[in-house]
Design a protein around this ligand. Structure first.
Ligand SMILES: [Zn+2]
Length: 302
C-alpha cells in the first residue's frame, strides 16, 4: 500500500470513530482487514469509540481475531477497544489472558490487555449483581441473596418460600423410608431402623438400662434422628443410618455440635458399622464407660 493511500484510509478510520453512527460498521469492518497495520489499529480503535452505538456482538467478533495480529500495536489497540465493550466482550477474556501470559508479548501490550481484562470482568460482575432472576416455581423475582442460596443448594433458582418447600419435600422424601419403619426389638422397644434394633437388643443383652426417644425432631431446620439415652452413664447413642445423604450429614453435624455444646457424651454408630454393629457398640461404649461384665456369665437361671 502506498503512503498516500495509507494516510487516506487512516484518516478515514479516525473520522469514522468520531462519527457516532452505527451505519459506519461495514466500512470499519473492511478497514480492520486492511494490509496496513496502522489502518487496522485505527479501525480497532474507532470501533472501541463506537461501543454502545454499533452492534456489540458483531464488533467483538470483528475485534477478537485482531488480538492475534502480527503487529503489537494492533493487539494493544484491539485490547483497549474490547475493554470498551464491557460485558459483550466477555468471550474475549480467555484470549486476553493468553496474551497477558505470553512471555514474548510486549509490556505495553500487556498493560493494555490487563486493563481491558479488568474492565470486562468488573462489567461482568456488575451485570451478574443487577441481573433479574425469577423463581423457577412461582416466577417471582428473587433477590440476590435468595438466588445465591438456592443456586448453592439446588443449582436452581427459587425464591425463599419455594426454597423452603422444595427443601422440605426433598428431605421428607429422603427420610420417609426410614421414618415409616417400625421395628420391634426383642425387648419390645419399637425402633425405626435395623441398626437401632440391633443396638436396643445389644444394650438389653448387656443389661444396660436405656431410654429410646422415637420422636423424629427438626432442630434448627435439620432432620434429627431418634437417639438412645443411657441414664447410668449419662450418655447418648446415635445411629446415623443415612450418612450417605448430604442433607442428613448436615443435620448430623449440627446435632453433634449440639451434643458438644451441651457437654453430652455421645457414641456415634454409622450405617457402615452395621456388619459388626454389636462389636462396634461395645468398643465405643467401653471408651466412655465401664461396661458391666457380660451378663451371660452372671446369669443365674434359677
Ligand atoms: Zn417461588
Amino acid at each position: 500500500m502506498n503512503v498516500a493511500n495509507e494516510k487516506r484510509l487512516a484518516a478515514r478510520a479516525t473520522a469514522l470513530g468520531e462519527s457516532a453512527s452505527a451505519a459506519v460498521f461495514p466500512e470499519l469492518a473492511d478497514l480492520a482487514l486492511s494490509d496496513s497495520p496502522l489502518v487496522r489499529r485505527l479501525a480497532a480503535s474507532a470501533l472501541g469509540k463506537l461501543a454502545g452505538i454499533v452492534d456489540s456482538a458483531a464488533s467483538v467478533d470483528l475485534l477478537r481475531p485482531l488480538l492475534a495480529d502480527a503487529h503489537p500495536q494492533v493487539r494493544q489497540y484491539t485490547a483497549k477497544a474490547l475493554g470498551a465493550f464491557g460485558v459483550a466482550a466477555a468471550a474475549a477474556l480467555p484470549d486476553l489472558r493468553d496474551l497477558f501470559r505470553n512471555p514474548a508479548e510486549k509490556d505495553y501490550v500487556k498493560r493494555s490487555v490487563a486493563a481491558a481484562g479488568q474492565t470486562i470482568r468488573e462489567a461482568v460482575r456488575i451485570a451478574e449483581r443487577t441481573a433479574v432472576h425469577r423463581c423457577g416455581r412461582c416466577s417471582r423475582t428473587v433477590a440476590a441473596d435468595e438466588f445465591a442460596r438456592s443456586q448453592k443448594a439446588f443449582q436452581r433458582t427459587y425464591c425463599d418460600a419455594c426454597f423452603d418447600e422444595v427443601f422440605l419435600q426433598r428431605r421428607n422424601w429422603e427420610t420417609q423410608v426410614e421414618l415409616n419403619k417400625n421395628i420391634q426389638a426383642a425387648n419390645g422397644t419399637l425402633v425405626q431402623s435395623e441398626g437401632e434394633r440391633i443396638i436396643a437388643e445389644e444394650l438389653a443383652a448387656l443389661g444396660i438400662a436405656f431410654r429410646y426417644d422415637n420422636r423424629f425432631r427438626i432442630i434448627k431446620g435439620y432432620a434429627i434422628r431418634p437417639d438412645f439415652y443411657l441414664p447410668e452413664f449419662d450418655l447418648y447413642i446415635e445411629y446415623w443410618g443415612m450418612a450417605d445423604n448430604l442433607d442428613y450429614q448436615v443435620g448430623m453435624l449440627e446435632k453433634k455440635k449440639l451434643y458438644q455444646q451441651a457437654g453430652k457424651k455421645l457414641v456415634s454408630l454409622y450405617a457402615h458399622d452395621k456388619p459388626r454393629l454389636r462389636e462396634s457398640l461395645r468398643e465405643k461404649l467401653a471408651s466412655h464407660a465401664r461396661l458391666p461384665s457380660p451378663p451371660d456369665q452372671e446369669k443365674n437361671p434359677a
